[in-house]
Write a protein that binds this ligand. Structure first.
Ligand SMILES: [Zn+2]
Length: 358
């Protein structure tokens, strides 16, 4: 279902009528042919394949299919002088962009780029100009993950307007948009004990905030080549990502920016993927904190640790132990709070586990 939905949102820039499909784990030529109303032979002919071997991330041209529904061009961004409507399919030669059919609040998502010029485009998200996000509408270069050109997008929590994107190549640009669905969770009242809430007034908080904000600025090449792992082997999810909550009745609503796993103190916490340690220290709110940079503006953050096993600057492998579960900082009992941040905004960790890309 997810595959079919993604295909209907395929954006075509060139050539005008060719649809494409990116091979997913478990795919066979037969299944792709069945799902797209074509035959194995036609797929082989259209793609110059002599056998049936496929690799995940490989982009196949789909022959003889009805033209995919193009996404409506977004309203021109007033701040952009280069924005033009994609009046013809040839406005961006040699580039095809595949966007998800739909996203929801707090999702990280991927614009998949294919074609000979895929790696040369620049992409930005003009809808971010209306949102409270860090570095809104910045130009992004595609990154290569698993042999696929990708631009990672993010939907901030509390955001419901469609995500608009703009793709530029050699001074020409084209735009599209993706509808956003709600997360739909009821507001929770935390009723934190006064003794714990006091850490929010700690004067060292400014230093803590500055340290993580600096980490959010990182924009390196993606380091990972394998799907993301769980941070904890047998943790029970105790509080979900994106939960709207109040510190106490009547207070303003904040969102839960991570995923909580309830586990005994001392439980092993591991790196969700290959990365480099950016922060590894104790802070008033996050407690024992490790921050890993994975490149591509993606960080994983591990809060409330009772023990930290890594040092800033150190490289860590996927699954390497980085610390132990604790209840340090703004916490009432032993648990791991795992955050994934894309260019500084919190995105749902569940979308990454088991996947190379969300
Ligand atoms: Zn939490």
């Amino acid at each position: 279902m997810k595959r079919a939905a993604a295909l209907t949102a395929l954006l075509l820039f060139s050539p005008a009528l060719a649809a494409s499909y990116t091979v997913q784990p478990g795919d066979t030529l037969w299944r792709i042919a069945q799902a797209n109303g074509t035959t194995v032979t036609a797929l082989q002919t259209a793609n110059g394949l002599s056998g049936s071997a496929l690799s995940v991330g490989q982009v196949l041209q789909l022959p003889g299919t009805a033209a995919a529904t193009p996404v409506s061009p977004a309203a021109p961004n007033p701040a952009s002088s280069t924005a033009t409507s994609p009046t013809s399919g040839a406005s961006l030669p040699g580039v095809q962009v595949q966007a998800p059919a739909r996203v929801k609040e707090g999702d990280a998502f991927v614009l998949r780029l294919s074609g000979q010029n895929a790696g040369r485009v620049r992409v930005r998200f003009p809808s971010e100009l209306d949102e409270d996000v860090r570095r809104p509408n910045e130009w992004l270069s595609p990154v290569q993950v698993g042999g696929q050109w990708a631009v990672l997008g993010r939907v901030v929590l509390g955001q419901s307007a469609p995500v608009r994107f703009e793709v530029e190549l050699d001074g020409q640009s084209s735009a599209g948009q993706v509808p956003v669905g709600p997360l739909g969770q009821p507001v929770q009242n935390l009723n934190m004990p006064a003794s714990i809430a006091a850490v929010l007034q700690d004067p060292r908080r400014a230093e803590e905030t500055a340290a993580v904000e600096k980490a959010y600025e990182l924009r390196g090449a993606p380091m990972w080549t394998e799907p993301f792992a769980n941070a904890i082997a047998n943790g029970r999810r105790s509080s979900g990502f994106g939960q709207p909550r109040r510190e106490r009745a009547g207070a303003k609503i904040n969102y839960h920016y991570g995923m909580d796993y309830s586990a005994p103190k001392g439980t092993r916490v591991q790196a969700v993927n290959l990365g480099r340690v950016v922060l590894a220290a104790n802070y008033p709110v996050r407690g024992g904190l490790v921050v890993l940079d994975h490149g591509a503006g993606l960080l994983s953050l591990y809060f409330h640790l009772s023990k930290i096993d890594v040092k800033p600057g150190q490289s860590v492998s996927r699954g390497q132990k980085i610390g132990e579960v604790g209840s340090t900082g703004y916490s009432t009992g032993p648990h791991l709070h795992l955050e994934m941040r894309l260019r500084g905004e919190a995105v749902d960790p569940a979308r990454w586990v088991g996947n190379l890309l969300p």
